[in-house]
Ligand binder design. Structure first.
Ligand code: UT7
Length: 328
């Protein structure tokens, strides 16, 4: 048995409905010019009213299974990464299991903000490495449009809906080379959703106070993001012995083009090595990285043998990275 563990298949799904910067100009005091210049975003996708996170995750998971050439019953574990679960419980992973008919799978969700997919990918890696499970389905899926205050220009222009998924298992070629996870709970107040949990259960007051929407200190998160990307790239390069110049592609969390620009300029990485799709979809939290990776693979940009670094950061604060050789 090979001791390499990697991605057997990947998939993504985006709702059809597009919300442009021009549409947003009619909703809040903003402009296409400001949004593009300050964030790099032009469009984002919005799930229809009757569509929830598990629906998006289900569609992405089907694509990942197809590429992996596996049936739903071959899946031993489903790990869901989302900050917009269908409900507080049961887990969205259980709801996806039901839709897929993946009845041999254990299921759970994890909460790591925009780093959720990286946390889930590393969990999946460890479950396979331990020998407990063979095939683990991981998804990062979000309907952020449900937790965005559409009257707040500071946040509503940033986020979108979507899902990405992959199957993790033993591979003959390629696989995970290096990984890193971290968190700093002292900065939990930089990005959060105040109510609906045990601290402030839903009430008339929480609804009136708009406490069921995203709150973010954009400037502080921005500074953190730039420095943590740089730190993770250097750490994983040292850890693996793989020089930064030898990495073919970087897939950072898609939060803001200025974050990506600053971080990779500091690292002297040429911009054509950085996968960016945030102009089309905005920030999709846990879905951003798998969607960007899936698109780069399906358009033939990322090829077998390429070394790719996935880099996540977000609420918690949390961060995480994976260096992987693409083997599919
Ligand atoms: O995925 C999780 C991680 N999240 C992130 O990584 C987000 C990180 N942060 C950012 O991307 C940026 O900080 C933002 C895009 C959120 C904000 O950009 P900024 O350059 O830091 O702007 P700012 O917050 O410093 O605001 C500058 C000005 C303010 O006006 P005043 O106070 O200077 O008069 C804002 O009110 O821009 C104003 N502004 C807007 N103007 C037009 C904020 N949002 C908008 C808007 N349209 N949508």
């Amino acid at each position: 048995m090979t001791n390499k563990i990697g991605i057997l298949g990947i998939g993504s799904y985006l709702p059809e409905k597009v919300l442009s910067n021009i549409d947003l100009e009619l909703m809040v005091d903003t402009s296409d010019e400001w949004i593009k210049e300050r964030t790099g975003i032009s469009y984002r996708r919005i799930a229809e009213k009757d569509v929830s996170t598990s629906d998006l995750a289900y569609e992405a998971s089907k694509e990942a299974l197809k590429m992996a050439n596996l049936k739903p019953e071959d899946i031993d574990l489903i790990i869901g990464a989302t900050v917009t679960p269908d409900m507080l419980f049961p887990s969205t992973a259980c709801l996806v299991q039901k839709k897929l008919n993946a009845f041999n799978a254990a299921c759970f969700d994890l909460s790591a903000g925009c780093t959720g997919f990286i946390y889930a990918l590393i969990c999946a890696h460890e479950f396979v490495k331990s020998g407990m499970y063979k095939n683990v389905l991981v998804f990062g899926a979000e309907t952020l449009s449900r937790i965005v205050d559409w009257e707040d220009r500071n946040t509503c222009v940033l986020f979108g809906d979507g899902a990405g998924a992959c199957v993790v298992g033993r591979v003959n070629e390629g696989g995970v080379i290096s990984k890193i996870l971290g968190a700093d709970g002292t900065k939990s107040d930089l990005l959060y959703l105040p109510a609906g949990g045990s601290r402030e259960p839903a009430s008339f007051e929480t609804v009136k106070g708009k406490k069921h929407f995203i709150r973010m200190n954009g400037r502080e998160v921005f500074k953190f993001a730039v420095s943590i990307i740089e730190e993770m790239v250097i750490k994983m390069s040292n850890q693996s012995g793989c020089q930064i110049e030898k990495i073919d592609y970087f897939v950072p969390h898609q939060a803001n083009i200025r974050i990506i620009d600053s971080a990779f300029k500091r690292l002297r990485v040429p911009f054509d090595k950085v996968i960016v799709n945030l102009d089309k979809y905005g920030n999709m939290s846990a879905a951003s990285i798998p969607v960007a990776l899936d698109e780069a693979v399906r358009t033939g940009k990322i090829k077998k043998g390429d070394k790719i670094m996935l880099l996540g950061f977000g609420a918690g604060l949390t961060w995480g990275g994976v260096l992987i050789e693409w083997g599919v």
